[in-house]
Design a protein around this ligand. Structure first.
Ligand SMILES: [Zn+2]
Length: 303
């Protein structure tokens, strides 16, 4: 009996080890796509990473989910971006956009909004201790900030609430490429972090201000690279989603009734992102968020 149990234990240990190796491989597997001669996008498990090449080194927007991914991001960014990473920008506080930061040398300029830094400290403080604390944003903005580096202009802007209340978009001016962070999920149901001041109601108006910027191509927080048209389509979806919530609140509908709404039609072809037992971003989820905000069940308040 002991031998059988020992054998089972061995099989389990080997299986877990293989799963672990597989998991590490999956996590480290990143894919890069070139958008312009000087701008690339890196895809992997987590938020999309933007890389800008300048004559003085690389600029990186977001750093993915794990420190080991951050290391790969840094290596790739050095290849794609013409040298050591000079500036990192974090579009918002979520771990799938920031937890790679500790892979960058202390002293790297790290830009985020003031609200994002507050959320990192208050909502994710356990991660940002010890050495990691040295890679928290060290240059914070409230509305706009322009960086000139190696012949390029990088404009970082907070244009209103949406995914959180601290979202920052980053425009690579000369290349006309915009990184939206999670203000744009391309062909995917978005997460709405009401608890961090996100707002379905205000999201569409924030995107009006984003669309007023000068750009052609768009790196969304999640999903494939897109363009103005793709962003306009997502804005239409967000506005319909708010209508579902607003109508439910006006008519006193239950959540289940709201989830049967026929007002939401702009999500044709949208994919579902999910992590088993943790999160599932689907149609019911986004309607739940709109309903919670519209009925006041959850107040969009990050404070
Ligand atoms: Zn996010």
């Amino acid at each position: 009996m002991a031998r059988i149990l020992g054998g089972i234990a061995l099989v389990v240990v080997v299986a877990l080890a293989l799963l672990g190796v597989y998991g590490v491989e999956q996590v480290r597997a990143l894919r890069a796509e070139t958008l312009t001669p000087d701008v690339s996008c890196i895809f992997g498990l987590g938020g999309n990473v933007g890389v800008l090449r300048t004559s003085e080194g690389a600029v990186v927007v977001d750093t993915m989910t794990f420190r080991m991914q951050g290391e790969r991001v840094r290596e790739l960014a050095e290849e794609l971006g013409g040298g050591p990473v000079q500036v990192v920008l974090n579009t918002h506080w979520h771990r799938d956009h920031t937890h790679g930061n500790p892979a960058f040398p202390p002293g790297t300029t790290i830009v985020a909004t003031e609200r994002t830094l507050e959320h990192l400290r208050n909502r994710d403080g356990a991660y940002w201790t010890g050495a990691a604390a040295g890679t928290l944003p060290n240059q914070t903005i409230t509305d706009q900030h322009e960086i000139k580096l190696g012949g390029k202009t990088i404009r970082a802007m907070h244009l209103g609430r949406g995914h959180t209340d601290g979202d920052m978009v980053v425009l690579f001016v000369e290349d006309r490429v915009l990184h939206t962070g999670d203000l744009f999920f391309n062909k995917l149901y978005p997460s709405v972090d009401l608890e961090s001041g996100g707002s379905v109601k205000e999201w569409g108006d924030t995107l009006d201000r984003v669309l007023a910027l000068d750009f052609d191509r768009v790196i969304p927080g999640h999903g494939p690279v897109s363009d103005r048209e793709g962003l306009v389509a997502f804005q239409r979806f967000m506005r319909q989603l708010w209508q579902v919530g607003a109508e439910a609140a006006a008519k006193g509908q239950s959540l289940a009734e709201a989830q049967r709404s026929t007002l939401l039609t702009a999500d044709t072809g949208y994919g579902v992102m999910s992590i088993p037992f943790v999160l599932r971003l689907d149609r019911d989820f986004v309607i739940q968020r709109a309903w919670q905000e519209a009925t006041g069940a959850v107040r969009p308040d990050g404070r």
